[in-house]
Structure formats: C-alpha cells, structure tokens
Design a protein around this ligand. Structure first.
Ligand code: FES
Length: 215
C-alpha cells in the first residue's frame, strides 16, 4: 500500500491507485473534465494536472499511478496555469458560455477562467438530425471529452455513439451519423448523465408534456 504526500498530507492508498484518487482521499479537489469515476480513465483533456516532485513537468493525475513516496502538489502554479489555458481554449470553441450547472462551468470557476480572451470558429451545429423522443444532441457544445462514447460502451454496452473528426472538427455521432433515433441507442441516458457541457441532454418529461399540451 503506497504512502504518498498530497499537499503535505500523508495518505496510504491501495496499490494501483492514481494520484487523483490519492488527492481525493486526502480531501483535495483537483478539477477534471474527461474523467468520470464510473468510467476507465482516458487521460485526454489534461485539466487534472498536478505537480509531482521529480517529474519534468505537471502530470495528469487521473492516469498517473501512485508510487511509494510520491510528493504531489495539487496547487502547483504551472499545472494550474496550463489547466486553465486548456479550459479557456475549450470555452473559446463554444457558441455560448457553458450553462452554470454544467461540469465545464464548475471547472472554469474552480480554475478562475472567465470569458475566453479569443474566440475560435464554432463547429458542429446540425439541423439535419431527426429529433429523438428522449435525448437531444447539440453537436456545437461537444468538447470531444469522449465521456458519452465511453459511457455508452462501458456502462450500457451499446456502442451507439462514435467519436468523429479530428482537431477542431472532433465531435460525436450517434449511430452512423444519422442521429439517435436511427442508432442502436436504447435511451438509457448514460451519455446525457456524464456529459459535462449539456451537448447531450435528456428531453425533460415536463417539456414533452408541455409540448403535448400545446398540440
Ligand atoms: Fe485527467 Fe482529463 S481529467 S486528463
């Protein structure tokens, strides 16, 4: 059972635990974006950076295993600065600020990131997908964290979602890019539950009822 130091606090963690798990065991909050404890670590976003004594630079805490005697600084200024820049870049590609209740908004607040200093080209908006009765997909809010694809795969075992494109054009597609309705989606909602930006949301029963009332 490795013993590690998190911000000066010694914690014993199970063999194979990550630095993020050790930080949480020590009561320290490290912001994350592509991480969901229900899913296998992915290590894509680099928002969970921490300082690790002896390492050449900050490391991703969600994928770095604890070694005996590791000394971690969750408030490392370089790690925080890089993580903040990553979040600012993510925000710069969105058509609007993230809704206050989203995980992305919470992470931005935690890292002190406000409105981005620049705006990128907004990609992904689609009007051509037939609406699904229970799920709504706004491609332009996708930040390609991969959580929905992994939730569909690892939680539900359905493989209804696929990561598409590269770089600025990275996004998510339902089925073979024909929308949720024609895909293998079973409406379990795991994708909406893990989405940190509201790119995938569950259509509320109240909204459906209101629509029915109007019809
Ligand atoms: Fe660790 Fe994304 S949360 S790399």
């Amino acid at each position: 059972m490795p013993r590690v130091s998190i911000d000066g606090v010694a914690v014993d963690v199970p063999e194979g635990a990550t630095l993020l798990e050790a930080a949480r065991a020590a009561g320290r909050d490290v912001p994350t974006l592509c991480f969901d404890e229900r899913l296998a670590p992915f290590g894509a976003c680099r928002v969970c950076l921490v300082g690790l004594e002896g390492a050449p630079g900050p490391v991703a805490s969600c994928t770095t295993p604890c070694r005996e005697g590791a000394v971690v600084d969750t408030r490392d200024p370089v790690a925080r600065r890089v993580a903040g820049a990553v979040v600012e870049l993510v925000l710069s590609e969105l058509p609007e600020p993230p809704a206050a209740h989203t995980e992305l908004a919470a992470v931005a607040r935690e890292l002190g990131v406000g409105a981005p200093r620049w705006t990128g080209e907004v990609h992904g908006a689609r009007e051509d997908e037939p609406p699904h009765p229970y799920l709504a997909l706004r491609h332009e809010l996708c930040i390609s964290c991969g959580r929905c694809v992994r939730a569909c795969d690892e939680v539900q075992g359905t493989f209804a979602l696929t990561a598409t494109g590269r770089g600025f054009h990275a996004n998510v597609a339902a089925g073979i890019d024909e929308g949720f309705r024609a895909s293998a989606c079973v409406s379990c909602g795991a994708c909406a539950d893990t989405c940190p930006t509201d790119a995938i949301t569950e259509v509320s029963l109240l909204a459906l009822a209101a629509e029915g009332d109007r019809a």
